[in-house]
Structures are given as structure tokens and as C-alpha cells.
Write a protein that binds this ligand. Structure first.
Ligand SMILES: [Cu+2]
Length: 190
């Protein structure tokens, strides 16, 4: 502690701009600045979770309008291991049920989506991105809107890596690319 304070005094003497600030003030200011920056950058910061060899990178869901019955969930799944794995199911208190969907353009050029009963493959040493217009988690039978800024707790189950609790950051409705519109799901809940 002694050395630290002596060091701080030297710094104070050699740096005119901070001469009149106490150590406490400066530490407080630094902490405040960091907190402020963190709050500012938070929506952009990736967050990640891990299950065995699988890294789950930045799960996020799109905010939904009032009355919506479904919400899309997205993330990047990275497989650090030598064996292929697979995301087989998702569950969340937020949704009556959740499915893993694939969105693709069929041979008539129409965008369609279908549930993947076996889930989605994550190749050994590779990754798969769940993103708007492609693979996604479909939260169905939701009873309230997903509000921008909140975190939705969910549980992912992998064939080999097992289950892991994650949080989906809810981001603005316009997030992501493309116009993946789930309104067609709403009437029949799936
Ligand atoms: Cu879908």
C-alpha cells in the first residue's frame, strides 16, 4: 500500500493536470468513466456462454411488436472440439415452446421456413451462425412482447455438450439483415 501511495504522489507531482485531485477522486473518476463507457458500448459488446466444446457467441433476439406470438433468436455456435455436435433444442419461460428453424429460398424463389426436427449441425472445429434469413430459434406462443434492452433467459441443449443456460439480448426490431418477417407464424402459433 505504501509504495502505491508514494507512486501516486510522484505521479501527482509530475502531472500538473491532476495535481489537485486526491487519489480517491481519481480512482472514482476512472471507475465512473469505465462504467459510462461500458454502458455506452453494452449493446455492441458480445457476450458469450460455453457448454463443453461449444462456444455460444452473443445470443440475441429481436424485439417484438405488441401482440406478436413469435420472436426470432440468433447466435453464433462455435465448436472448439474434434467431434461434430448439434443444437437439438431450446427452451425458455418466455415462450410456450421454442423450435429451431431454417429459412431458405425454395426453387420458386419464395422464402419459406421449416422446423429442423433434428436441430442444427455444428461441424467439428467449425461454426454455424443463426441469423435473420437463415437458421434461427423461433420462440413461439409468447405471452408478452420482447422489449429492447431486456435479456431473455433460455436453455440450449446440445447432443454432446449437454445443456447450458444463456441469455438472449433483446435488440431493436430493425436489427439484423434482410426482411425476415415472422408475421405469417402468428395466426397458427407455428
Ligand atoms: Cu421461424
Amino acid at each position: 500500500m505504501r509504495t502505491f501511495i508514494r507512486g501516486a504522489r510522484v505521479a501527482a507531482l509530475t502531472s500538473p493536470s491532476i495535481r489537485f485531485r486526491s487519489l480517491e477522486e481519481r480512482v472514482g473518476l476512472a471507475a465512473f468513466t469505465l462504467l459510462f463507457l461500458f454502458a455506452l458500448l453494452q449493446p455492441l459488446l458480445a457476450h458469450e456462454f460455453k457448454a463443453g466444446e461449444i462456444m455460444i457467441d452473443h445470443p440475441w433476439a429481436r424485439a417484438t411488436p405488441a401482440g406478436a406470438k413469435v420472436a426470432g433468436g440468433f447466435m453464433v455456435l462455435k465448436n472448439m472440439g474434434p467431434e461434430p455436435d448439434r443444437l437439438v433444442s431450446v427452451s425458455s419461460d418466455f415462450a410456450g415452446k421454442a423450435e429451431i428453424h431454417e429459412m431458405a429460398v425454395d426453387d420458386k424463389g419464395v422464402m419459406t421456413m421449416r422446423p429442423l426436427a433434428d436441430g442444427v449441425d455444428i461441424p467439428a472445429g467449425g461454426e454455424v451462425e443463426l441469423k435473420p434469413g437463415s437458421f434461427h430459434v423461433m420462440f413461439m406462443q409468447i405471452t408478452r412482447p420482447a422489449v429492447e434492452g431486456e435479456k431473455l433467459k433460455a436453455t440450449l441443449t446440445f447432443e454432446k455438450a449437454g445443456t447450458v443456460d444463456v441469455e438472449f439480448d433483446v435488440q431493436a426490431m430493425g436489427s439484423g439483415m434482410g426482411g425476415h418477417d415472422h408475421s405469417g407464424h402468428g395466426s397458427n402459433g407455428g
